[in-house]
Write a protein that binds this ligand. Structure first.
Ligand code: TRP
Ligand code: SF4
Length: 333
């Protein structure tokens, strides 16, 4: 039996942080043992919000590759590629766009939310409305069975399934596979201020941060506001540093921290120092690998190009099938 196919992408709109590492990358690495994995840099998706200032886009693509490889995504096992190097993504996006009703797109939660919240640029663009159609094209081009995504992406997956069914209904041919979302057991990590960790909130610890930079950030994680004096007993359940401990500190040590916090046997400064050490340890291998790949961006680009070559063949085959189903292939001469 052949392996199920997994496909996932990351929008290359900036530096990755610890939340991305735990939420997605660790999961990607695990999945490559069991599945035929395709992972790609969604650089066109990044353009949907950063269409004016494109200065960092190219570097972000390489940086993404560096982080993936450092995390252990293995080009021998998985196919790594760059969206914008495979024009079939754009062609299928156009074709699917022909059959996708605009109201389906207008009711996608991320669309409404961003229109309301993004202030410094005009998001009323065709490309931004069509974002989930491009995502659908990304997925169905590879006939992916499973798409590992976070909870925020579930509506995009549902829309993809709807578009697939709609296509099959109209053209009476089953070309695509209806993908399923696959949510890993994700370790939950808040940002320094307790909100969701996000580059745009300024509350993130980046994969490119040094252990010293991370320790400085850890020192300002919001703790139990009731612990004003060193002798005040703490409440780990409301402390965001404790949420970090639950992820990075060896499980057998966590109950002792919890008890020492409640009895005020340990102070927040010492508690966070220990946390910083545990984070450093957890990320030690990643950091070393990252330094290696960051020192050889040419090799990283090579790997992405090699994967792109392989992915292109699959994409071309599926697009041809889709055009045939639609009856629009122009005969060759
Ligand atoms: N929209 C996804 C995100 O922001 C990125 C993405 C683009 C994606 N195309 C995809 C994820 C296809 C999975 C499959 O995280
Ligand atoms: Fe949080 Fe640790 Fe301070 Fe308790 S001692 S409030 S767990 S930082």
């Amino acid at each position: 039996m052949s392996k199920k196919r997994v496909l996932s992408g990351m929008q290359s709109s900036g530096k990755l942080h610890l939340g991305n590492y735990l939420g997605a990358l660790e999961n990607w690495v695990k999945m490559q043992e069991e599945y035929d994995c395709y992972y790609f840099v969604a650089d066109w998706h990044a353009l949907s919000s950063n269409y004016e200032d494109t200065r960092e886009l190219k570097d972000n693509v390489i940086d993404m590759g560096i982080n993936w490889l450092a995390a252990g995504v293995d080009p021998e096992k998985s196919t790594l590629f760059i969206q914008s190097l495979i024009p079939q993504h754009a062609v299928l996006y156009l074709l699917l766009g022909m059959i996708t009703p605009i109201p389906w797109l207008e009711r996608v939660p991320s669309y409404k939310e961003k229109l309301e919240n993004v202030e410094n640029r005009d998001m009323h663009t065709h490309g931004f409305l069509g974002y989930p159609v491009l995502q659908a094209a990304d997925i169905v081009l590879y006939k992916a069975n499973l798409v590992p995504v976070g909870i925020d992406q579930l509506p995009h997956l549902e829309l993809t399934r709807e578009i697939v069914r709609h296509f099959h209904n109209i053209y009476k041919k089953q070309v695509f596979v209806e993908p399923e979302a696959k949510m890993g057991e994700v370790k939950k990590l808040p940002g320094l201020d307790g909100r969701k960790m996000s580059k745009s909130y300024g509350n993130a610890i980046f994969l490119s941060d040094t252990p010293e930079e991370r320790a400085k950030k850890i020192a300002v994680i919001v703790t139990d506001p009731a612990r004003v004096k060193r002798t005040d007993p703490g409440h780990p359940e409301v402390c965001h540093a404790f949420s970090f401990h639950k992820v990075f500190t060896p499980a057998e040590r966590v109950p002792a921290i919890e008890a020492d916090c409640r009895s005020a046997a340990i102070g927040c400064v010492a508690c966070k120092k220990e946390l910083a050490q545990n984070v450093a340890k957890y990320m030690e291998k990643f950091d070393a690998e990252r330094a290696k790949f960051a020192g050889n961006p040419k090799r990283v680009l090579e790997i992405l190009h090699e994967g792109t070559k392989k992915a292109s063949k699959v994409a071309a085959q599926t697009l041809a099938e889709a055009e045939d189903a639609m009856g629009i292939s122009i005969p060759k001469i």
